[in-house]
Design a protein around this ligand. Structure first.
Ligand SMILES: Nc1ncnc2c1ncn2[C@@H]1O[C@H](COP(=O)(O)OP(=O)(O)OP(=O)(O)O)[C@@H](O)[C@H]1O
Length: 270
């Protein structure tokens, strides 16, 4: 195995993103340098509008940086690719397809040229089972809860067997109990699939529970990485036991201090 690849699977090198707006150029991100190892779980956290989604979209290849470069497995990211699947907050399912149909569409797109119909069906079934939704396969998005829709979105992303799972506030719209359940499921799934994950979140507990590394961003404009916190908690992690854990509390406090003491003053957008 290539050691440099394992420690530098995703590389963000001096990235800058400036948007053209009606009022002129808006510098959203500047001087972003970050390395993510294969199999690492990384959260991006920061105040609203600091550029978390902008950074995730750059890694997804949905946008290109104004300056700097992004690499995945030593190759420059030049657009979206099946090795990087995205899960959005609003799950973005096609309402006229069943849960099964939504996942199958992604499976077909990635594996359709090489695999038989039976293999594609097996992949679709397996992805829905992985998120505990085998029983709801024939339901349409309008007939299931928000948490179930989010699970279909995760199943769809995982069905592509991506090397990297990119999640933009995947649990942001859910109630606290559903969110906790899905976080636990995500912990188990990632332990099984060894995916590299980059997740945008506003939730300090979510970031500490799930991450190996928490990337804390300064307020915009011209936001950058203020600090990277390593979370040295052993896995598997149990949320109830962790609530009393000193190391967990230390990490939680470090993120809260950064967000509310050092980045407490949120500049109003123009
Ligand atoms: N296409 C665009 N054109 C102009 N400005 C943009 C564009 N996309 C994002 N921005 C601006 O860039 C900044 C960062 O936006 P972004 O959505 O990445 O922030 P965020 O940290 O994800 O916010 P939130 O937590 O509220 O979702 C914001 O000031 C936003 O208004």
């Amino acid at each position: 195995m290539n050691a440099s690849l394992s420690t530098k699977y995703l590389e963000i090198q001096g990235v800058e993103q400036t948007f053209k707006t009606a009022k002129g150029l808006f510098p959203a991100l500047q001087g972003i340098h970050l390395q993510i190892a294969k199999g690492e779980f990384v959260s991006l956290i920061g105040h609203s509008g600091c550029g978390k989604s902008t950074l995730l979209n750059l890694i997804a290849g949905l946008t290109t940086p104004t300056a700097g470069a992004l690499l995945c497995a030593n190759k420059e990211i030049k657009g979206p690719g099946p090795e990087r699947a995205v899960v959005f907050q609003n799950h973005s399912l096609l309402p006229w397809l069943t849960c099964w149909g939504n996942v199958h569409l992604a499976v077909e797109r990635v594996f359709g040229a090489k695999e038989s119909k039976a293999q594609l069906k097996a992949r679709t079934d397996a992805a829905l089972e992985l998120v505990g939704l085998g029983h709801a396969a024939q339901k349409r998005p309008g007939e299931i809860s928000g948490g179930m829709k989010q699970r279909v979105g995760i199943a769809r992303a995982l069905s592509m067997e991506p090397q990297v799972l990119l999640m933009d506030e995947p649990f942001g719209a859910l109630d606290a109990l559903t969110r906790a359940k899905l976080q636990d499921e995500l912990l188990e799934i990632v332990a099984r699939t060894h995916s590299t994950v980059v997740m945008v979140t506003h939730d300090v507990d979510e970031a500490v529970l799930l991450s190996d590394k928490i990337v804390m961003m300064t307020n915009g404009p011209a936001a950058t990485i203020g600090e990277v916190l390593h979370v040295p908690l052993a896995r598997p992690r149990q949320r109830v036991a962790l609530a009393e854990d000193r190391e967990y509390q230390r990490c939680r406090k470090a993120v809260i201090d950064f967000l509310y003491t050092r980045q407490g003053h949120v500049e109003k957008a123009a």
